[in-house]
Design a protein around this ligand. Sequence first.
Ligand SMILES: *Cc1c(COP(=O)(O)O)cnc(C)c1O
Length: 432
Amino acid sequence: MFVSENLSVNSQGNLTIGGADTVELAQQYGTPLYVMDEQLIRSNLRRFHESMQKNYQGMGLVCYASKAFSCLEMCRVVASEGDGLDAVSIGELYTAVKAGFPMEKVGFHGNNKTDEELRYALEVGVGHIIVDNLPELERLERIAGEMKACPHIMFRIKPGIDAHTHQFIMTGQIDSKFGFALETGEAFEAVKEALSCQNVKLVGVHCHIGSQIFDIDPFEAAAKVMLEFIAKVKNELGYEIPGLNLGGGFGIKYLEEHDPAPFEVYMERVAAVVDEQCSKLGIERPFIYIEPGRSIAASAGITLYTVGARKEIPGIRTYISVDGGMADNPRYILYQSEYEAVVANKASQERNEKVTIAGKCCESGDLIGENMPLQHAESGDILAVLATGAYNYSMSSNYNRLQKPAVVFVNEGKSRVVVKRQSLDDIIANDV
Ligand SMILES: *Cc1c(COP(=O)(O)O)cnc(C)c1O
């Protein structure tokens, strides 16, 4: 009935998430409010690491991409499941450190890491740094020398695979700000350079082919291309790269018609390709890393709003305005992302209207979505937008000096605040 398995309707006709009544949550904590189901986060993580166990003998690490949703409690949950983390800034690293995350299971990404970030990563002992470009390699070699460290590195590689939602095409030359190109020989030169460095150790190659990918074919194709590269390096430079990082990008169900491949099938098929290719190419099976972000957090979350004005423009459209918008969910204004919505206190009724849900920011583009099927919504109703657990809180802003909403975790019917709602004093905290 709903896009996420943890959503249901109770006997009062209210939407529930992880066994908690969303109307009660809205009353207790106020709106707008992010609500995340801890059990679904955990079960999403387990689906990845258990299928890695089953299909690849556990020779791998699931590194949750924390840019999807990061806070102390999220880091603690991921750590308690035994999984790793992918961080893309000093802020995400700091959050992991403060949560007591085992830093040897953390990978540090970014196409333009600063010296300060590299130093911090070495200081806190991250497991590996994914190097994006040659100047970064040179800076890291120098900084590691100064700090008497020997960081493990991987290279971010553009495998030349352009993944789209329902198809993929091999492109001659990909245009991306991230990483080293394979086809120009740039990646091979980088490996040569790394092997001549004194203070870094090359432990892997990395690729991340896109996001919200429903098919497994592009992942298989990427694994193949990357393994061929590992074989080429072995044959021509005599060094066998022990790790292969296949990134994230697994699609999730935002709309009823979305039909992503189950995570288990991904690991099963990719493990088969890796096994087959390795014996064909005469290389050892690499240690595999994957970096799911959206697929861990998105389905576990919803956003609750209170409906304000209802504006019917005859012959044009009906606007339903809510007490949040682009400041807490900028994905519509950024990419016209689509969501399903439900009037939480009328969840058992038919969604027999088509409306535009508008935010409260001073931008006409500040919408949650257009042409959305919804129950008849009136002022005072609670609106739930579904599958907002990834790239909503983490992309939120204080535009219009709006306070960022609280994040509440529910766990088998019980709820707790994991991020407090910003106060008005938070809004001016750094003003002088
Ligand atoms: C964003 C990102 C991810 C996570 O992508 P999802 O689509 O959220 O799974 C993983 N790895 C890298 C390098 C990324 O940039």
